[in-house]
Design a protein around this ligand. Structure first.
Ligand SMILES: O=C(O)C[C@H]1C=CC(=O)O1
Ligand SMILES: [Mn+2]
Length: 373
């Protein structure tokens, strides 16, 4: 039998409106930009993937435009003619020829897994060794920039049973204002919700230590990336001194970072993101390092749309333990869909389809409408 080959890779930049401005320490999102990747194979099967970041170049080393350009000019041509069903070989071929670019590679790996799942009639989770759960609890991020609005939003999410874990984005303004904001929200929600914060590297160690102590003493369950990814010594010290556990997010830009963070004792929780590791297979290597080191896991997001969210979800349902749940709410932050059937969120959980591949079909009309011209 002649091998099934990769014939064509297409990248589409899609701009979608958000339900409200989403305020992070380094950027306020007014919309989200997805990069959708379509991989055509010689057996007529198409795989879809997504490579999405936050705020152009505000978050990481790759922007939507650079992801598209690097796939169109470099990664795509390298893949054409490779065996579609051998994902190990295809990704190794890319890794040998191209350094970094984990976001672009994650989208490609997702698309290859989607194609292979469709080919074999299996969900991606089963290609990754098999799922141990069918749904994932999902946190919601409160980031309107206004305390009263955030409390109202959290109350609504509790009422409709969509979320009972809330992550507060802080670090844009002054530290004491942040503390006031977070404590007010925790006091309003009390034991009905888990309240966590994400500082997105905005503080330095001198400020962060006092803030971590106050947050921990006021019932905040988790503190994500309080200081720069570059300050490893500071991260180690905060991890030892903070009463609330410290989670590494930006500090992980690949599987090797996960290993050195674990070796240094720089965090007690890892945020797993397919985009920062190079795909759903790659992120499981980081998860295995964490498991071996006794580091707890959290299923993170780059605020991807439905395709990237389910690519992440198929990986996360295979994990033994996800102590801190997930934040796979990206599609819910968008007012528009580009797939025919949106992922289902019910009873605080995201349901992970059992249909072949990622379990999604692109809505060609909506995709063409929102594609950047
Ligand atoms: O974790 C981040 O830094 C990125 C992202 C995840 C949720 C959210 O609101 O922003
Ligand atoms: Mn984060």
């Amino acid at each position: 039998m002649s091998p099934i080959l990769i014939e064509r890779i297409q990248t589409i930049v899609v701009d979608l409106p958000t339900i409200r401005p989403h305020k992070l320490a380094m950027h306020t999102m007014q919309q989200q930009t997805l990069v959708i990747i379509r991989v055509q194979c010689s057996d007529g099967i198409e795989g879809i993937g997504e490579a999405t970041t936050i705020g152009g170049l505000a978050y990481g080393n790759e922007s939507p435009e650079s992801i598209k350009q690097n796939i169109d000019s470099h990664l795509g041509p390298l893949l054409v003619g490779q065996e579609a069903a051998n994902i190990n070989a295809a990704m190794l071929h890319l890794d040998k020829a191209a350094k970094g670019n984990t976001f672009a590679k994650s989208g490609i790996e997702s698309a290859l897994l989607d194609a292979q799942g469709k080919r074999l009639g299996l969900p991606v989770s089963e290609l990754l060794g098999g799922r141990v759960r069918d749904s994932l609890e999902v946190a919601w991020t409160l980031a309107s920039g206004n305390t009263a609005k955030d409390i109202e939003e959290a109350e609504r999410m509790l009422d409709i049973r969509r979320h009972r874990i809330f992550k507060l984005k802080i670090g844009a303004g002054e530290v004491n204002a942040d503390l006031k904001h977070v404590i007010a929200i925790k006091q309003a929600l009390g034991e009905r919700a888990s309240v966590r914060v994400d500082v997105n590297q905005a503080r330095d160690e001198s400020v962060a230590l006092r803030a971590c102590r106050i947050l921990g003493d006021n019932g905040i369950d988790l503190i994500e990336q309080p200081i720069s990814r570059v300050n490893r010594g500071g991260q180690v010290r905060l991890n030892q001194r903070s009463p609330a556990p410290i989670m590494a997010d930006e500090s992980i830009e690949g599987v090797e970072d996960a290993f050195s963070l674990a070796a240094d004792g720089a965090a007690s929780i890892f945020a797993l993101k397919i985009a920062k590791n190079g795909g759903p297979r790659a992120v499981l290597r980081t998860a295995q390092i964490a498991e071996a080191a006794g580091i707890a896991l959290y299923g993170g997001t780059m605020l991807e749309g439905s395709v990237g969210t389910l690519a992440s979800a198929h990986a996360f349902v295979t994990l033994n333990k996800l102590t801190w749940a997930t934040e796979l709410f990206g599609p819910l932050l968008l007012t528009e869909e580009i797939v025919t059937h949106a992922p289902v969120y019910r009873d605080f959980q995201l349901e992970v389809p059992r249909t072949p591949g990622l379990g999604l079909t692109l809505d060609e009309e909506r995709l063409a409408f929102f594609a950047r011209k």
